[in-house]
Unconditional design. Structure first.
Length: 419
C-alpha cells in the first residue's frame, strides 16, 4: 500500500458513478483514509451500496419474508397532491380515514374501520382509547411476543391499561373470563390474541369467540395475520389447504368480536399498515384519541391500500402478488424450474412467513445449485438486482414460488454469470 493517500477528490471522483451521493462518498473516503484503508475502497463502497434500500429478488420461498418487507405490493402513488384530508364535496377539511374506513368496513362485513401504521399501533391505540387505567382480561395462553419485541404485556403497560390474567397457559374457559369480570377489577374489555407464531399442543382448551359473546364487555380480537375472509371469496377455487383454520376478519366479527385488528402486510398482501375494524362507537373512540394522530399513515400508504381494497372488491386477486404466489401450482413451478435449464430442478417447501402459520409448509419447486453461492447472488455488480437465496447443507436453493416469473430470465442469466 502507498504510504501517502491519494487526494480525497481523486478518490471521490473515481467512485462518482457508484450511485452514492457525493457527500456520503466524501465521508466514506475520509474514513477510509483515517483508517489507512484507501486500497479497500472498492469493498467499502460496495458495502455502502448494499446498505441502501433497493429492490431484490426473493428466492427464499418465504412468501411474507419479514426482512424483505413482508408482502410485495407495488405502489402506484405518483406523489401528486391528493385529497388526503380535503373533502371534494364540501370544499373543506375532510378525514383521511373516511373512505378507506368504508372500504375495509365493507371488506370485513362490519360497521366501521380505520387504518394505522401497523398492527402493533392498532393494539396500542385500542388499549389506550378503550382501556386506559382499566383492566383488560387476557388468557394466560395468549400472553405472547410476536416478531421482535411486540410483547402483549408490555404494550398493555404502555397504554396505561392493566392486565387481568385469565385461565391457565393451556386451558381457558368462559367461566374464567366471567370470574375476572365479576371480581370487580374494572375489566373494560376482553382481548383475544391470535397465536400467530407459535402453537400450544397437548391437552389444550381455548375459548372460542362465540362462547364469549354477550359477556358484557367489548371483545377485541387481534387476529394479526389478516386473512379477510376464511372462504377467500376473491378466489374462484376457495382457499388453499394450508390456510384452513386461519381466522378470517369477517368470521371473527360474525362470531361476536366487537373489533378485530390485523396487519395489512401479512395475509392481506398489502403495504405496511394496521387495520382496526368493528363497531362504530368503539372505532370512533379510537379515531378521537390523541394517539390516532401519532399512528396515522400518510397518503403514500393510504392510496396504496385503497388500490389493494379495490382489487379485493373487484375480485382482481391475480393482481395481488401475495395471492398469485400463494396459489401458483407446483406443476407450474416445476415447469418454470425445468425451463430455466440451469442448476437441478428440485421439489421444495415454501412457507407463509411473516410470523404467520408456524407449522405450514407449502409444496413448491425450484432449483438447487451445488455450493453456497448466496453471497455472489447478492452482488450488485453492474447494478444488478440482488437475489436472495436459501442455503441448506451447503447448497443454494432458489424457490420459484416467491420469484416473479417475469424475472426468471434475469435469474438464469445471473446464475450463468456466476457458474
Ligand atoms: C404480526 C402480529 C402483530 C404485529 O403486527 P405488526 O403489523 O407487525 O405491527 C400483532 N399481533 C398479532 C397477532 C400478529 O400476528
Amino acid at each position: 500500500m502507498d504510504t501517502y493517500p491519494p487526494s480525497v477528490n481523486e478518490l471521490v471522483e473515481a467512485y462518482s458513478e457508484s450511485g452514492i451521493p457525493r457527500p456520503l462518498l466524501v465521508d466514506e473516503v475520509r474514513k477510509a483514509i483515517d483508517e489507512r484503508q484507501w486500497d479497500k475502497l472498492d469493498e467499502r463502497i460496495e458495502v455502502l451500496k448494499r446498505l441502501s434500500l433497493q429492490e431484490v429478488v426473493n428466492g427464499t420461498g418465504v412468501i411474507l419474508h419479514t426482512n424483505l418487507g413482508r408482502a410485495s405490493w407495488p405502489s402506484t402513488f405518483s406523489g401528486a397532491p391528493i385529497n388526503l384530508e380535503f373533502d371534494l364535496n364540501s370544499g373543506s377539511r375532510g378525514s383521511r380515514q373516511n373512505y378507506i374506513g368504508r372500504l375495509f368496513a365493507n371488506l370485513c362485513g362490519t360497521e366501521s374501520a380505520m387504518v394505522v401504521n401497523n398492527c402493533s399501533s392498532a393494539v396500542l391505540l385500542i388499549l389506550s382509547a378503550l382501556a386506559h387505567e382499566r383492566g383488560v382480561a387476557i388468557s394466560r395462553g395468549e400472553m405472547v411476543e410476536i416478531g421482535g419485541g411486540f410483547r402483549v404485556p408490555d404494550v398493555l403497560e404502555l397504554s396505561g391499561a392493566y392486565l387481568v390474567e385469565v385461565g391457565t397457559t393451556n386451558k381457558t374457559r368462559r367461566e374464567d373470563y366471567e370470574r375476572a369480570i365479576n371480581a370487580n377489577r374494572d375489566v373494560s374489555m376482553i382481548m383475544k390474541i391470535h397465536q400467530s407464531n407459535y402453537k400450544i399442543v397437548g391437552f389444550t382448551e381455548s375459548t372460542e369467540m362465540q362462547e364469549l359473546s354477550g359477556i358484557g364487555v367489548p371483545l377485541v380480537a387481534d387476529i394479526g395475520s389478516g386473512l379477510l375472509d376464511e372462504n377467500c371469496f376473491w378466489l374462484e377455487n376457495g382457499p388453499p389447504n394450508w390456510l384452513i383454520g386461519e381466522p378470517g376478519a369477517r368470521q371473527t366479527l360474525l362470531q361476536g368480536a366487537d373489533i378485530v385488528t390485523f396487519s395489512a402486510d401479512k395475509l392481506l398482501g398489502g403495504p405496511q399498515a394496521g387495520i382496526i375494524a368493528g363497531k362504530k362507537d368503539l372505532i370512533n373512540k379510537c379515531l378521537n384519541h390523541p394517539f390516532a394522530r401519532a399512528v396515522r399513515p400518510g397518503g403514500l400508504v393510504l392510496s396504496s391500500l385503497q388500490d389493494l381494497a379495490y382489487k379485493y372488491l373487484n375480485r382482481n386477486w391475480e393482481e395481488i402478488p401475495f395471492w398469485k404466489m400463494a396459489v401458483t401450482t407446483v406443476d407450474e413451478l416445476q415447469e418454470r424450474a425445468e425451463n430455466l435449464k440451469i442448476g437441478t430442478p428440485v421439489p421444495l417447501y415454501s412457507v407463509p412467513g411473516g410470523g404467520t402459520l408456524p407449522d405450514v409448509e407449502i409444496p413448491s419447486f425450484g432449483i438447487k445449485i451445488n455450493d453456497d453461492i448466496s453471497s455472489q447472488l447478492r452482488d450488485m455488480v453492474d447494478d444488478n438486482l440482488p437475489i436472495i437465496a436459501r442455503v441448506e447443507d451447503g447448497n443454494t436453493l432458489l424457490d420459484l414460488r416467491t420469484i416473479n416469473p417475469a424475472l426468471d430470465e434475469y435469474v438464469k442469466s445471473s446464475l450463468k454469470q456466476i457458474l
